[in-house]
Every structure is written in structure tokens, then in C-alpha cells.
Design a protein around this ligand. Sequence first.
Ligand code: FES
Length: 165
Amino acid sequence: MTDEARPAPVPASLAAPGSAGAGFAALLGVADLPPGAHRRVTIGDLDVLLAHTPAGIVATEDRCPHMSAPLSIGVLDGCIVDCPLHRGRFDLCTGEPVQLPSTGGLDADGVLHAPWTAAGSEPKADAPGPKLDARRLTRTRRMRFYPVRISNGWIEVAVPVDERA
Ligand code: FES
């Protein structure tokens, strides 16, 4: 067992719906998630992202809060995970985006942000139409987290019962 493994503190306002009072399920051995690691664990039809950050171990849905790409294949650097699809960057320790997607669109508060182009890339412009509207109206949601506890060398996560079916 890794002595330093501990759950990260997560604000109650960022608890995943249905996770309060949910039973804990053992998802992964602590030894399989060393500091700095992150990976997907699937339970029922729910894909969970487990990440061992400097603040502790977090569990969230393995779907980018923008357009649902798997964050488990993005790069984790400290608390920050990069989304592989549109270069969004998210802080797993606070739940806040640190870089909104390159597509632009709405932030969690509904404020519109313009698209941006990474250095070294050619700007891409969509013609007016449904695709442009979809990008503009897609909201990057707030991240939500499942409660985590460490027990007998296992990472246990409180997952709503209906997600386990
Ligand atoms: S799906 Fe992750 S930034 Fe768009």
C-alpha cells in the first residue's frame, strides 16, 4: 500500500449527481495508480477517470466536460489534464477549466468565448450553418466528482446505483 495515497478534497458543490449517499465500490488497487498516473476504470456503463494528483486521488467521469472525449488518454501534469480533442485543459483539483476548447463556445456560466488557434496551426473557419452554431452553443460544463476513499489498499468510489447496472 502506498502511504501517501489519499482522497483529494472536493468541494461539495462539485459532487457528481447521485453520488451523495451512494455505496462505495472498489475500483482499483492503490498500487495500480501511483502519483502522477491517471486511467479509466469502467463500472457498469460508467467510465470513471481516476487520477493521482498532488492534491490526492480524484474520481470523475472519463468524459471531457466539453464534448465528452476521454480525458484518460490526455496528458496529466500535476492537477491539469489536457483533452486530446480540442486542447481544453482542466484542473482536476478544483474542477475549473484552465484553457477553454479551441472551438470556442459557452463556458459553464453561459459566457460566449471565441475560437482560438494554437501556435503553429492554421486557423480553421467553419462556414455559417449548423456546425458553426453547434460549436458556438456547446457549453463546457463544470466537472463533477465522485467521493473517493482508500480502504485496505483499494481505491473505492461512491458511484450511484443506477450507473452500475
Ligand atoms: S472534447 Fe475536450 S476540449 Fe472538446
